[in-house]
Design a protein around this ligand. Structure first.
Ligand code: Z2T
Length: 831
């Protein structure tokens, strides 16, 4: 090992291998009190990251300074979830220092990949909603927007999933056990967040009735900042995550040992607010701790935004000119009453002025139409925890209901539907209604989804405020989801068309012409094979399974949910098993089916799906007749990092939700970009992917939204479909009768009952025959490799629309009013 660089220890920001090596050694010694001889891998990793941080700090400071000096409009993205995954590769790609750090590690006796794999995922999110927030941060920095993420620094991210005997087991995700070198604590940035107390009226000097929120208890929110570098443009934005801490002074008047010990012990009660991410995906659970988390995020963030604003501007009435705040779903929608409260109670504005500022500053994104996901906080809980906010919400509602009357006349049913407060046995605050009334823009996340919210859940509101509703089709960052995760493909593309695609993804259209270039197509298909082999090695090492790399890699990875219909692919796997058993000599196109995904801990049906997939997998994988023909696996603990391994290796992308239920999907975009062929329904962004790649280059099947409506209206009976399709009936009978679980034959009755007696709400049986036909199309196409890879390439070439850079440009233009800031000459144009 080399230890010859001590002369250069004071070089902190050199961009060459030698100065990087010197810094790594310096950090080992002076930050971590160890040295290259005795350090372990974790310490080496930490020194590497600290050396990366050294190279971000100047840009980080300069970027913030520039924003201050130019009074740039600031965009605040408030989200309870940021699913950012690992950061090392991303930082090095964006800094253009991959090779230098690789060489530095090597010279110091470490393999870069091994060091990279030390990093725990920052898994502060459930799925698409949190990952979207992470892609947006990357795009905002890359486009040179002053865009900041605000979230919570949970001690525990999404649970770690293990599989025991086929069942999901949850384990805490202790990602901070050894700290994270990416986060910088800012002791100077700390705010009290108040709870409880009461709202007290008084008359001010001008004789106006005002309110004070008094007798509150509080915790502190402490800022932890993670740098968010743009792609090779010198911009470094910030993700600020709040950690809950106890009040500074434990003012104990009478100290005895017992009280002292109890007081110190109770510090941790305050810290519980930022302890753990709620693992629920699309199900509202009205727990008080969750409400505390939401207000903790909103309150600390608004205090921070306004403090910063006041340092640069003197009139809060200009707030919407210099600040835009985007609420990621309804979780941060307490921003509406909290901003009102600050402007009225603390800044002395009247209602109308405060309301105007609030509505113009805020906007809100809806991510689902599923009614069970909509947040409805009990009035009783709010009255106890946030009495002043509840009072403001009632006033907002009163004024709004008056407007509804003005607009629609005396339509009591409509008023009841639109009211922010739903009356009844347990009155509650409808956070979506609050978001629509209290912001200037509400957006859906794909064209179909936005149409649906206008026509269904928010129809009344759309009729009243049509101009508020807008679509912003989701996107993904091409840096992480092509350049980093699929280096062979990224390099091939760059060698053919240059690297402008990294920031102008639609430039990939230039690849369209390559479909007839045999040499290129050979390289393109070889890369897919290489990625499949890389995945096979990874799965062998981490799971012990042997993947057949000659088979179609058919992958469904996402949260486990009935509407996403993992069950349909599981039934297909079982039907293929039955077919091969019955026709041992028939030719089959080999398939390897891979599932991964977490079920919400309280979602019994989803957990049963996992068990069923594992039981079917066992049956298939342990039958010698399946060898070389069919495999099925459930990979545990799905994560951003696992997705980065799986997606580049996929041949087939499963996007098979019941039409109308997947708001957008973003995995669909990642797969298409990496050259997988989608088998999917006309749902979410699949519709737009089809428009982009062309009807011949995607395999669409099943009911449309209208078809679903029509079938339900005309009286759907799942029994009819069960009786009509022999292969389908056979599998359902097998599931029901214990074929896959002989020791516990009734185990899956919850599943078969919901399909048959429960009348199959998600229409699995209705869509199954079309799905099985579509899978035959997959087989036929895959049997003609030249054609297959043409289709695959058209996918890579034509999904440029789904870059999150495009999504962010659309937000900047239509919602945030900062289009003038886009690409202020800093954006990377390609080399
Ligand atoms: C989530 O990941 C999504 C929606 C939610 O609604 C909650 C969570 Cl945790 C409250 C997903 C959608 O299911 C998906 O279709 C979409 O692509 C993604 O949000 C980002 O918009």
């Amino acid at each position: 090992m080399s230890t010859t660089t001590s002369k250069k220890l004071n070089v902190k920001t050199g961009m060459d291998t030698e100065s990087i090596k010197a810094d790594i050694l310096s950090h080992l010694r002076y930050s971590l009190a160890t040295d290259i001889e005795t350090a372990n891998k974790k310490e080496f990793y930490k020194s590497v990251v600290l050396s990366v941080m050294d190279r971000l700090h100047d840009s980080w400071l300069n970027t913030q300074k520039e924003y201050r000096e130019k009074k740039t409009k600031k965009i605040y993205y408030i989200s309870m979830e940021f699913l950012i995954g690992r950061l090392l590769d991303n930082a090095l790609v964006n800094l253009n220092l991959e090779q230098e750090f690789r060489d530095a590690c090597k010279d110091l006796g470490y393999d870069y990949e091994e060091i990279r794999d030390i990093e725990n995922d920052a898994a502060l999110g459930n799925g698409g909603l949190g990952r979207l927030a992470a892609c947006f941060l990357d795009s905002m920095a890359t486009l040179g927007l002053a865009g900041f993420g605000y979230g919570i620094k949970y001690d525990y991210g999404i649970f770690k999933q293990k599989i025991h005997d086929g069942y999901q087991i949850e384990r805490p995700d202790d990602w901070l056990r050894f700290g994270t070198p990416w986060a910088t604590t800012r002791p100077s940035v700390m705010y009290p967040v108040r709870f409880y107390g009461r709202s007290v009226p008084y008359t001010d000097e001008d004789g106006h009735l005002r309110f004070k929120w008094e007798n509150t208890q509080h915790v502190y929110a402490l800022a932890n900042d993670i740098p968010m570098p743009g792609f090779r443009n010198g911009v470094v934005n910030n993700l600020r995550l709040w950690k809950a801490t106890s009040p500074k002074s434990l003012d104990l008047t009478s100290f005895n040992q017992g009280e002292y010990i109890n007081a110190v012990r109770d510090i941790e009660l305050h810290e519980n607010i930022s302890r753990v991410l709620y693992p629920n995906d699309k199900i509202f659970v009205g727990q008080e701790l969750r409400l505390k988390q939401e207000y903790f995020l909103v309150s600390s963030t608004l205090q921070d935004i306004l403090r910063e604003y006041k340092q640069q501007h003197d009139d809060l009435r200009d707030l919407p000119k210099y600040v835009a705040i985007q609420c990621n779903d309804t979780h941060p929608n307490l921003a509406v009453p909290d901003l009102m409260r600050i402007l009225m109670d603390e800044e002395g504005f009247d209602w109308e002025t405060s309301w105007d500022i609030t509505v113009k500053t805020l906007s809100y994104t809806n991510h689902t139409v599923l009614p069970e996901a909509l947040e409805k906080w009990p009035v009783s809980m709010l009255r106890n925890l946030l009495p002043r906010h509840l009072q403001i919400i009632y006033e907002i509602n009163k004024r709004f209901i008056n407007k509804v009357h003005e607009h629609f006349g005396d339509d009591v049913n409509r008023v009841r539907r639109m009211s922010i407060i739903s009356e009844g046995e347990q009155p509650s605050v409808q956070m979506a209604n609050l978001g629509i009334v209290g912001t200037h823009k509400v957006n859906g996340v794909a064209a179909l989804h936005t149409d649906l919210i206008k026509k269904t859940i928010f129809r009344d509101f759309f009729e009243m405020y049509p101009e508020r509703f807008t679509n912003k089709t989701n996107g993904i960052t091409p840096r992480r989801w092509l350049k980093q995760c699929n280096k062979p493909l990224a390099d091939l593309i760059t060698s053919e068309i240059g690297d402008s695609w990294i920031t102008h993804l639609s430039d990939l259209r230039k690849l369209d012409d390559k479909v007839n270039d045999k040499k290129f197509m050979k390289k393109y298909s070889d890369i897919k094979q290489q990625n499949k082999e890389r995945l096979a090695a990874y799965v062998k090492e981490n799971y012990g399974f042997e993947l057949n790399t000659k088979a179609i890699f058919d992958i469904q990875i996402k949260r486990i949910h009935e509407y996403k219909r993992q069950l349909m692919l599981a039934i297909y796997a079982a039907a293929q098993y039955n077919y091969i058993k019955a026709n041992p000599d028939a030719p089959v196109v080999p398939r390897t089916i891979i599932f991964a995904g977490k079920a919400a801990p309280g979602y019994a049906m989803a957990k049963m799906f996992i068990k069923l997939i594992n039981s079917i997998s066992d049956k298939i994988n342990n039958d010698p007749d399946m060898e070389g023909k069919l495999q099925c696996f459930f990979l545990d603990n799905y994560s951003v990092t696992l997705a980065e391994q799986l997606i580049p290796a996929a041949d087939v992308s499963e996007q098979i939700s019941t039409a109308g239920m997947e708001a957008s999907g973003t995995g669909n975009m990642k797969f298409a970009l990496n050259g997988a062929v989608t088998i999917g329904t006309l749902d979410g962004a699949n519709v737009e992917i089809k428009e982009e790649v062309g009807d011949e280059n995607i395999i669409i099947f099943g009911l449309t939204v209208e078809g679903v409506e029509e079938l339900r209206r005309s009286g759907y009976s799942s029994w009819e479909y069960y009786n009509a399709d022999k292969a389908l009936k056979q599998v359902i009978d097998q599931i029901r009768d214990g074929f896959f679980e002989p020791d516990h034959p009734s185990l899956f009755h919850t599943i078969t009952n919901s399909l048959l007696d429960g009348n199959d709400y998600f229409l699995v049986l209705a869509d199954y025959p079309a799905y099985a036909e579509a899978q035959k199309e997959v087989d036929a196409l895959y049997s003609k490799p030249d054609e297959w890879f043409k289709v695959a390439l058209y996918n890579t070439a034509r999904v440029g629309k789904f870059s999150s850079d495009r999504t962010i440009s659309d937000y900047a233009t239509d919602i945030w009013g900062c289009e003038d800031q886009l690409n202020k000459g800093r954006e990377y144009q390609g080399s």
